[in-house]
Structure formats: C-alpha cells, structure tokens
Design a protein around this ligand. Structure first.
Ligand SMILES: [Ca+2]
Ligand SMILES: [Ca+2]
Ligand SMILES: [Ca+2]
Ligand SMILES: [Ca+2]
Length: 310
C-alpha cells in the first residue's frame, strides 16, 4: 500500500489523468468544430444554392427579354400591302393541358386560367378587379372595356396553363430603306439542333421571288415552356382580344374589315430553375418566369379605316 503512493506512481497517475483530460478536450474540440464546420458548410451550400438560383433566374429573364425585343421589333412592322388583294397574317392558338403545376395566385386552384384575355374561372368581379388606367382629361385606356374583363385587370389570366401558339406574317420592303427585303417571319416552339423547347424564328426572304428566295432559322430563346399571342381586334365594338387570327378571312370580318390586328400581346414563359432543363417533363412542377408585352402594328394604327373608328 505504501509503495502505491510513491512519487513515480503519482507521476504515472498524473500522466494518465493528464492524458485522459487531453483526450476529452480533444473530443470536445472535434465535436465543437464539427458542429461549427457543419454550420459553415450549410451556410456555404445555401449561399451557393441561392446564387445558383438567382443566376438561373437572371439568365431566364435575359433570355426571354431578348426574344421579346426581337419579336416586338418585327411584329410592329407587319404590313398591309394595298397592292395585294389578300394579306398574310396568321396566328394559331394551342392551349396545353398543363402549366407550371404551382398555384401562383394562392387561390387553392392550380393553373386554372387560359391565357386569352378573359376570365375563364369566374373569379373576376368588376367592382374590385377592373383596373383601367386614367390617361388625361377623363380619358381611360381601353375605355370601352370599363367593367368588362380585360388583360391587365385582376383575376384575368392569373395562374395560366401553357400555350404553344405560332405566329406567321409578312413584312414588306421599306421604300425609304432600299436594303430592306420582303420577309415572311414565323415564330414557334420547336426542336432545334436536337434540342427541344427552342423558340425558333424562321424567315423566308423574298417569298414571292423564286430566284432570290432563301430561308433561315434562328433560335431566339431556349428552354421555352410557353408562348402565347393575343390579337387586339379593331373590327368589333367594343374592341377585344382574340386568340387566333387569319387575314385570309378578312372579307368575312366585321366592318371595317381591317386585315391585321391593331396590336399583339405576347407572353413568353421560360424555365428558370437551377437544375438541368433536361430533367423537366411536361406537366411536372417547374420554376418558370413569364414576360409579357403589347406591340402595336404601326401600319394598322396609321390606316385610315382605323383612324375613322375613333
Ligand atoms: Ca401556375
Ligand atoms: Ca391558382
Ligand atoms: Ca380569372
Ligand atoms: Ca383567361
């Protein structure tokens, strides 16, 4: 017993004790730094993730914006040519049975509207939802549609299903600009270079001259989920949006039988998720952004028949 408490024994005990504390300290330190590192990693992954999301969204907006600009510049030059008996402006309308599978307007229904400028699901109430803009001197924008559902009002075309519309028209040579050629332009979502969901602009230059006629196709937006065109019809009162247009039937239009719409509403929806687009299949929940614009057709606005309507 006596020998147990000799100095070397105490030293050994002390060393063991020291060693034990060191080990516990080490374990505690590892655990704490582990927790700390996990927190850091989590924050880091979150920052990385949200910057990837933000980047994907920015890219989607840029992509859609540039396609809308291209189309706007061209649509406004669609022409009525008095030298020709029949004009060419053709917009077809295809409503798809699905949207982004998200209840964007939080009304408990998902993708309930069709993009047509009207209230399809019956939730429009003129007293609350009519949003006409007063211009000046008591004049209202779209004044003849006050108290009727119209694009831009609340509950009109909110939370829409996707569309796969096409638009095809002719622009004419500009006499003030000798280099400007006659063009037949078409926009549609199709497969381009093996890649699906590409918004393609197809142009036929000089469509009426077999000698100089040539065709080209440009992709103007990628990962496109939906494109919708609406046409502001100057041939009815009150004027209204139509989902399709065919100038071939102009002789059957109501008076004054203007062959082209006065304006075109374009809505373009593109994928904005961070995951590769190839993982998306139609009808599944998807991150998307929609950009919209209204383009006036200058030739119609200058047309005497349209001027006389006012
Ligand atoms: Ca939706
Ligand atoms: Ca909804
Ligand atoms: Ca509605
Ligand atoms: Ca609608």
């Amino acid at each position: 017993m006596k020998r147990f408490f000799t100095y070397p024994t105490l030293l050994r005990l002390f060393c063991r004790y020291r060693k034990g504390v060191t080990l516990i300290e080490l374990l505690v330190a590892i655990t704490i730094s582990g927790i700390f590192l996990a927190g850091v990693m989590e924050t880091f992954v979150y920052i990385l993730q949200s910057s990837e999301d933000a980047e994907a969204k920015l890219e989607a907006v840029t992509n859609a914006r540039s396609a809308l600009d291209t189309m706007s510049q061209e649509i406004k030059t669609a022409r009525i040519d008095p030298r020709r008996p029949i004009q060419f402006f053709y917009g077809s309308s295809v409503d798809l049975p699905y949207g982004d599978a998200i209840d964007d307007d939080l009304d408990g229904r998902t993708d309930e509207e069709i993009r047509d400028g009207h209230d399809n699901d019956g939730d429009y109430a003129a007293v609350n939802d009519d949003l006409h803009i007063q211009l000046d001197g008591g004049v209202f924008e779209r004044g003849n549609l006050i108290n009727s559902p119209d694009l831009g009002d609340r509950n009109i075309d909110e939370d829409c299903r996707f569309s796969n519309d096409t638009l095809e028209f002719i622009t004419f040579p500009d006499p003030n600009n000798p280099g400007f050629r006659e063009k037949n332009v078409k926009y549609q979502i199709t497969t381009f270079d093996g890649q699906p969901n590409v918004l393609v602009r197809r142009v036929i230059y000089n469509p009426h001259d077999p000698d100089t006629r040539y065709e080209e196709q440009d992709p103007i937006a990628f990962n496109v989920l939906s494109i919708s065109f609406l046409y502001w019809d100057p041939n009815r009162f009150p004027m209204d949006w139509l989902t399709a247009w065919d100038s071939l039937y102009a002789p059957m239009f109501p008076d004054p039988q203007i062959e082209l719409p006065a304006a075109v509403h374009v809505a373009l929806t593109v994928y904005s998720g961070a995951a590769p687009f190839q993982e998306y299949s139609a009808g599944q929940r998807v991150d998307a952004i929609t950009l919209q614009t209204i383009v006036n057709i200058e030739q119609v606005l200058k047309d005497e028949r349209y001027q006389n309507l006012k």
